[in-house]
Design a protein around this ligand. Structure first.
Ligand code: ZN
Length: 601
């Protein structure tokens, strides 16, 4: 039995006090903190936040030696060995630990040391409320299993083993919390931070989305589920866990009281897409897992070519569930698909990296991208979602509508997911690297080798237009309508530099330059600050307007700063290539196949 204790020692100083103890030790031990957190594929070296560490045996000092950046050695000892740590917690992301006077959050990977060889030991963890009247109103939300806690949720929790312990993060603070039922399982949204959201609507919409995912898989693997949500002025992110997710969202993206339920603002739709995404992961990646992750090696990078399946397929179903659940309409969903197609089409990195390569190199490329990313890599999320759409439509065509990607997900669940974490967990060996293709071929009743070769292992585009036409959906392409254009809707062309912009006090920063755009071809680079077009000052808000007085083919001089050096280049103005997609329901409406795809009643 491993016994942990977490004390929010100094909210103002952002310090958690943590102890871990192990009874009946007889010998030396090595203790480790993970270098990364499952779901976020980058080495983060959480041990760098340990500011103090010491060891005792039966309350007497015990020699402790640091071995490397994240492991320690305790000398030979007999009895109860206890390590006491102070951990600095001031990372507001969804994947680490944070403590201040407003809220506390932690992922176990940031706080809990594991002694080698004790991966399977059951765990208990005591979580203490911070001291002082200022914290009287704090409550605690977590997916951890209760042992004995007070009304506010502080007290003792238990976990089956270390992997279980670190997959159930904890949120504490003055939380708003509301519950709802999904397929007989208690679900809860916990919000920290000031907000006045329409909680009834949020619960209703989220319940409908969760219910859609559960119905698709035909299984509810969790007895309870909690969305641990940090609400701030600006923030966006999520990380999936076994029976919870850690979310960050901006206050004004939440549904407002008095707002019509038919009005799904774009930013609320984005938030629902995030919630849907993390929840879908409860099946796809938390339980249906790549064999490479069974078990996770949290000491170093673990490579798999399958992230397109775990993130891409999840990214396909996240928005699809919004329309299937009736939370958004068909046109709204088609706009989201058009935006995904636009993002992929604009990035010529897709000609240089396949989905399999992007997955394998996630650690050093996708997670360490800079402004050149669209030109040099492809996203296994966004292109992965389009690959999932293509696979879904291919399966529907090959089987005359009798099978779909839903069947592939159900079969993956039956074969690889349902045993995860259960009594017969030994049956769970994870999905082999060719396993998703094999299951898809089983559902199709034929080889899909050429499809996978092109979509997953190759760099050629998949033309989705013919398959969409079968559904009664027209895919069309146009040029950029402005520098803020994301695609998804019809719009008139305008002159376009081929850049994503950001505000800058001197002018307008060229945040990202597409290699096919006129600005990069004229010699400008990401990070340059454009200050004038043809001698007229420009900024982020007037650039499109200034360009609107020219016609395609005209040459103009641009002035920009690179660092403190002034550059002057000439460009031939043009519309962008037709890389902006939009989809519309055909004049005859969706076909029966199209209605089946979106599960319209
Ligand atoms: Zn994800």
């Amino acid at each position: 039995m491993l016994h942990y204790r977490v004390v929010p020692e100094s909210p103002h100083g952002h310090l958690f006090g943590v102890t871990v103890s192990l009874d009946k030790v007889n010998g030396e031990l090595i203790w480790r903190l993970p270098a990364w957190v499952p779901g976020s594929y980058m080495i983060r070296d959480f041990a760098r936040n340990i500011v103090a560490i010491s060891a005792t045996v039966d309350d007497q000092p015990l020699a402790l030696t640091k071995r490397d950046k994240h492991s320690w050695h305790t000398a030979a000892a007999q009895g109860r060995v206890c390590l006491t740590l102070q951990i600095h917690a001031h990372d507001p992301s969804v994947r680490a630990a944070f403590l201040d006077s407003q809220y506390g959050f932690f992922d176990g990977t940031s706080l809990f040391l594991l002694p080698d060889g004790h991966d399977d030991a059951p765990c208990k963890v005591d979580i203490v409320k911070p001291d002082g009247v200022a914290f009287n109103g704090w409550t605690l939300a977590t997916g951890l299993v209760v042992d004995a806690v007070d009304a506010a949720g502080f007290g003792r929790y238990q976990a089956e083993n270390y992997a279980d312990l670190i997959d159930r993060p904890v949120l504490m603070g003055e939380l708003a919390q509301f519950d709802f039922d999904v397929a007989g399982s208690r679900h809860s949204i916990a919000l920290s931070g000031r907000q006045q959201a329409d909680s009834a609507r949020l619960s209703r919409d989220v319940a409908a989305i969760c219910g859609t995912h559960a119905a698709m898989f035909g299984a509810m693997p969790m007895t309870d589920y909690t969305f641990l949500t940090r609400v701030t002025g600006a923030g966006f992110g999520g990380l999936e866990h076994r029976n919870s997710s850690a979310l960050a969202c901006a206050r004004n993206t939440l549904p407002r009281r008095g707002e019509a339920a038919t009005d799904v603002r774009d930013d609320y739709r984005t938030l629902l897409g995030l919630i849907s995404h993390e929840y879908f992961h409860s099946w796809n990646v938390k339980r249906i897992r790549p064999a490479a992750f069974v078990p996770y090696d949290l000491n170093q990078e673990v490579h798999t070519e399958l992230l397109w399946a775990f993130e891409g397929i999840t990214s396909y179903y996240d928005n699809l569930a919004l329309v299937r659940s009736g939370v958004i309409g068909v046109d709204s969903y088609l706009e989201l698909l058009g935006q995904d197609m636009t993002r992929v089409a604009r990035g010529h990195g897709r000609f240089k990296q396949s989905l399999a390569e992007s997955s394998f190199d996630a650690w050093t490329r996708f997670y360490k991208q800079d402004a050149s990313a669209p030109n040099v890599i492809v996203s296994y999320y966004v292109k992965g979602a389009l690959m999932a759409l293509a696979l879904d439509l291919t399966l529907r065509e090959l089987t005359q509508g009798t099978k779909s990607l839903d069947d592939v997900m159900r079969l993956l669940w039956q074969r690889y997911g349902r045993h995860a974490y259960g009594a017969d967990a030994s049956a769970d060996s994870g999905v082999p690297e060719n396993g998703v293709q094999a299951v898809a071929e089983e559902v199709a009743g034929q080889s899909l080798a050429s499809f996978f070769q092109q979509a997953v292992y190759g760099n050629d585009d998949i033309d989705l237009a013919p398959s969409l036409e079968v559904l009664g959906v027209c895919l069309q392409w146009r040029s950029a309508a402005s520098h803020a254009d994301k695609g998804g809707k019809p719009a008139p062309d305008s002159l376009y530099l081929g850049a994503l912009l950001a505000a800058d006090s001197a002018g307008v920063k060229l945040r990202v330059l597409y290699e096919q755009g006129v600005a990069m071809q004229a010699g400008l680079a990401a990070g340059d600050v454009l200050i004038a077009v043809d001698g007229l000052r420009v900024n982020q808000s007037n650039l499109d307007e200034v360009l609107a007085s020219y016609v395609p083919g005209e040459r103009v001089r641009l002035h920009a700063f690179r660092g403190d050096e002034l550059l002057s280049v000439e460009v031939t103005l043009a519309a962008s290539a037709p890389e902006f997609a939009y989809l519309q329901v055909a004049t005859g409406g969706l076909t029966a196949a199209g209605r089946a795809w979106l599960q319209l009643k």
